[in-house]
Write a protein that binds this ligand. Structure first.
Ligand code: CAA
Length: 250
């Protein structure tokens, strides 16, 4: 079925950065499953998979409501039963609910923390036993420049994304001798719908603050994920790799 290829699972795999991650992993020889939620719009995800196939990427899809443990469990069980153990987990699913703190509702806070951070606990919890048995695994958490530097109007998102890297560092220590690496990637502003939705005057200001004078491309994140997934990256763990056109230097 997948001829000994390692199985990679990408949460939010049908989204902007997620699609590019799936494509790059596929190109580099992995068997790739894209997680989707799309408010239960299965037709939309199926169309995505058909379009990917037409473009030369044979990608599988798996439904999961990432904020609910039962749903995550069902999703992972189905993948493992159909395709085998997951060797690479990319925690990529994310949302924004931007508002200045004085206007931010509890719901905006909770939604962002649930989708962006709690899901990382749940998905990782569900795949790590398989990786420990195999004595090989890659966990890659997609965080954000805005976790590193903070962002006006994103106290929820910055907190959740910063939490991801705390998780990365602690787990990296626990599994360092077990053949599993855990890393964070912190993208800057990448050309996706999330960026398209920002008010155009604010977007212009953001662009001015990027030394390279452009937004990033999703494929640039996908290539880094693919490298971190490979055996060439076997000594990299607990790292937080910035990829932001020079906008923020640690
Ligand atoms: N720094 C300081 N002050 C700022 C500011 C900034 N960056 N932006 C706005 N302000 C000020 C305004 O000048 C205004 O001040 P006055 O009241 O004195 O005139 C005040 O803040 C406006 O405050 P409001 O609460 O009324 O703000 P708003 O409701 O109009 O807009 C917002 C708030 C929706 C969060 C808007 O600021 C915004 O969209 N910001 C961009 C957030 C952003 O970058 N999101 C990134 C999304 S992409 C992503 O997250 C991907 C990734 O990982 C990189």
């Amino acid at each position: 079925m997948h001829q000994g290829k390692k199985v990679a699972f990408v949460t939010g795999g049908t989204g902007g950065i997620g699609t590019a991650i799936c494509q790059e992993l596929y190109t580099h020889g992995y068997f790739v499953v894209a997680g989707y939620y799309s408010s239960g719009n299965h037709g939309q995800a199926k169309e995505w998979a058909i379009k990917q196939k037409e473009d030369g990427y044979k990608l599988e899809i798996a439904y999961g409501e990432i904020t609910k443990f039962d749903s995550c469990q069902k999703c992972i069980n189905e993948i493992v039963e159909k395709f085998g153990k997951i060797s690479i987990l990319v925690n990529n699913a994310g949302i924004t609910r931007d508002a200045t703190f004085s206007k931010m509702s509890l719901e905006q806070w909770t939604d962002v923390v649930s989708v962006n951070l709690n899901s990382v606990f749940m998905m990782t919890k569900l795949v790590i036993e398989g990786m420990l048995e195999e004595k090989w695994g890659r966990i890659i958490n997609i965080s954000s420049i805005n976790a590193q530097k903070g962002q006006f109007g994103q106290s929820n998102y910055s907190a959740a994304k910063a939490g991801m890297h705390g998780f990365t560092k602690a787990l990296a220590l626990e599994v360092a001798r077990k053949g599993i690496t855990v890393n964070t990637i912190s993208p800057g502003y990448i050309e996706t719908k999330m960026i398209a939705d920002i008010d155009s005057a604010i977007k212009k200001e953001i662009l001015k603050s990027i030394p390279m004078g452009r937004f990033g491309q999703p494929s640039e994140i996908g290539k880094l994920v693919s490298f971190l997934s490979s055996d060439s990256a076997s000594f990299i763990t607990g790292a937080n790799i910035s990829i932001n056109g020079g906008q923020h230097m640690m």
